[in-house]
Design a protein around this ligand. Structure first.
Ligand SMILES: C[S@@+](CC[C@H](N)C(=O)[O-])C[C@H]1O[C@@H](n2cnc3c(N)ncnc32)[C@H](O)[C@@H]1O
Length: 267
């Protein structure tokens, strides 16, 4: 498994509880057929399959054939291969006919994508039957370095830290403006909801590893964009081998949010 895929897997215990909550909010119909667009290594397809029950079906789609190998393994281990299929493809040009699915879901993919989001929403809506839901969820904020809000703000103000709010994007295309781009993509009854995950010391081994992976995913390559003092402080607090690794604080507390935008296809 490549490093990025490994980090997605290791950080999943942080996300799974609120991804489950987000899926519950959608009230996906039992027995429905859905698309997981940009499914990555398939961490959410089993949760979506569980939500639609044994008569339902999920198609996971991703650009990366390597990720799909892991996705198939995860579905097989969960004994869900019959109910989940994976296919390589591009969300901007979905290899499906109009009205193929009852709903479409995209986690940390459509909301992260560089370029204009509206054509991607239209493409998701095209393959969903009238009355079905298009749902887009992405990381929206965090407080991971308690006691160091200015350092965290400066790390977040780097190119990597500010993802998924891609630099140079029109304000209207920013993820937190998705109410607008879902409406512009032709969806009705557009709704937003933010889900919070939080953790506190003492951390279990799983959550400790998940947060360590998250630090590496949130602020990769920040060195060239922060001062030498901030870089040294970042290393002191965020490197597992440091004696001052922040996750070892006995009063460690952190939270993070993902925001779900969804709307209905009514044509
Ligand atoms: C941050 S990962 C999220 C994966 C998964 N949805 C999750 O939440 O664990 C983004 C995924 O989107 C995929 N991706 C990026 N652009 C894509 C595109 N144009 N079409 C399909 N997949 C894409 C990447 O290969 C990657 O697996």
């Amino acid at each position: 498994m490549d490093t990025y895929a490994q980090r997605l897997l290791v950080s999943d215990p942080l996300r799974e509880p609120y991804i489950r909550s987000a899926i519950r909010v959608l009230q996906l119909p039992q027995g429905s057929r859905g698309l997981d667009a940009g499914c990555g290594i398939g961490l959410q397809a089993p949760l979506l399959a569980e939500a639609v029950g044994p008569a339902g079906h999920i198609t996971g789609l991703d650009l990366s054939p390597g990720f799909l190998v892991h996705a198939r393994e995860i579905a097989e281990k969960a004994a869900l291969s019959e109910r989940i299929a994976f296919q390589q493809g591009d969300v901007s040009k979905l290899p499906f006919d109009d009205d193929t699915f009852d709903w479409a879901w995209s986690a940390d993919c459509v909301g992260y994508a560089p370029g204009e989001p509206v054509p991607l929403v239209k493409e998701l809506a095209r393959v969903v039957k009238p009355g079905g839901i298009v749902a887009v969820i992405a990381w929206s904020s965090q407080q991971l370095l308690p006691g160091y809000p200015l350092l965290e703000a400066r790390l977040n103000a780097t190119t990597a830290g500010i993802a998924p709010f891609v630099c140079g994007m029109r304000p209207q295309s920013h993820f937190l403006r998705a109410l607008g781009w879902l409406r512009d993509g032709g969806l009705e009854e557009v709704t937003a909801r933010t889900f919070v995950g939080d953790v506190q010391a003492p951390l279990s081994d799983d959550i400790h590893s998940a947060l360590t992976a998250l630090f590496q995913m949130r602020w990769p390559g920040v060195q060239s964009e922060v001062s030498p003092e901030d870089w040294a402080e970042y290393q002191r607090l965020c490197q597992p081998e440091s004696p001052d690794f922040i996750l070892n604080l006995t009063d460690y507390y952190a939270f993070f949010t993902e925001t779900l935008f969804h709307g209905k296809v009514l044509r």
